[in-house]
Ligand binder design. Sequence first.
Ligand code: NAD
Length: 490
Amino acid sequence: MTGHIATVAGVAVDTRHWIGGRRVASAATFTDVSPIDGSVLAEIARGTAVEADAAVAAAKAAFPAWAATSREERARLLHAIADGVEKRLEDLAIVETHDNGALLRSHRRGVMPRVAHNFRFFADWLLDLGHDDFETRGHTNHVSWDPAGPCVLITPWNAPLMLATWKVAPALAAGNTVVLKPAEWSPLTASLLADIAAAAGLPDGVLNVVQGLGAEIGDALTSHNDVRRISFTGSVPTAARIAASAAPALTPLSLELGGKSPLLVFADADLDLAVDLAVEQYDNAGQVCLAATRLLVEESVAEEFTRRFVAKASGIRQGDPRDEATGIGPNIHERQVAKIDGFVQRALASGARAVLGGGPNAELGGLYYRPTLLTDVAQDSEIVQEEVFGPVLTLQTFTNEDEAVALANDTRFGLAATVATGDRERAERVTARLVAGTVWVNCFFVRDLQAPFGGSRQSGVGREGGTWSFDFYCDLKNTVTAPTGWAGRG
Ligand code: NAD
């Protein structure tokens, strides 16, 4: 590291905040470590209320001009940011992999192209956004989507830049200004995004990036009176704290939280497809909010399903996420691995059986946790009810549709659900009864940006995606105009 610049896999990353179009240092720093091998990547500016206030002030100052910028010009700038992301795709992919340990090949081929798409999609959606005027007794109703003001966007580490830009893009498209606070375990690509946005010509203060440790900077952002929207992706306890902090100012919140989603496998399913869907749940070392971590399998096929699952999952290669052949990399942090192992060991101690995995990978050590499948788990046990956020699945059986639906819905979450069945009518019956923001039938993780996305129950508040994002990031206004010469009332 030289001065404020860290070099990560040959890429220079500024470790300071980005506020009002300037790099700003803090008195203190925190250390950013790579989950691949524990090496120190950077000393990152450790922001406090001082930097939070400065960033909100910059966003507030930049807001009137940005809100008044035409939709076409905003869309043009978002496309220019997407061009910049595509130009620096390799830098972003390699830095993200070093920072959060997810597979380099998926960053290159899936995640970073999706980051660019986030900007393009919301730029284009903005240009089509509207509602036809309508009449009330000769009066014209005109609905406008007014920018709301400075937005605070707080994001997690499991898919850092993808989840950040899924908020940044619609917030900017809507004419708002932004203060982005990335997670402290993966702060680097947000800093690169600031460089890319500046190079694309985004005016100073429209996008601000602050770094810091959770509440130490977060409370000042979420309680701020000048903030008009807070969009948060992360855990339920943090969401509750943010909601309390935002309550005095009544700042509107969008909360995208955790899950404990089920995969229901009926006996009439294509069993190989069902096994593929189940094994896919180990992607990103199980650090996926939508992951279907509860396998619910019809009893008559459970033995065969388990046999094929174990055979397939045992073949996943675990190792360095930079290696093309790797299927599962490390988990993010030693605290997270201790948490994952705590869940697994407590489940084993209370009668669960590990038919696969059951602990850290002894050969690789460090943060590499073995893909794990636990059976003999009770519905009311911790391992079935709580989000582990690691490569740990449970398997339970059911004997009929009612029981399958009852088990599926019996947690405090409702983020997603997946159903594997060969019977279309069953699919319709079952999906209608599932409590979840997203339900997949015979597929997983197919996500269109125009679809509403969010969770039911404690998996979230509100929906984003397509028009729903603009609903959240805009102040909708209905203007009623009387016909010319109108002299009456009502
Ligand atoms: P987390 O709640 O610990 O942290 C998320 C972010 O909140 C980080 O940037 C953190 O610094 C910040 N933060 C922490 N305390 C804060 C406070 N008091 N005020 C303001 N900000 C604060 O979550 P995590 O461990 O980073 O992420 C994992 C969680 O995120 C899991 O529960 C996962 O399911 C969830 N998640 C949900 C989605 C979704 O779309 N529903 C997507 C990805 C992850």
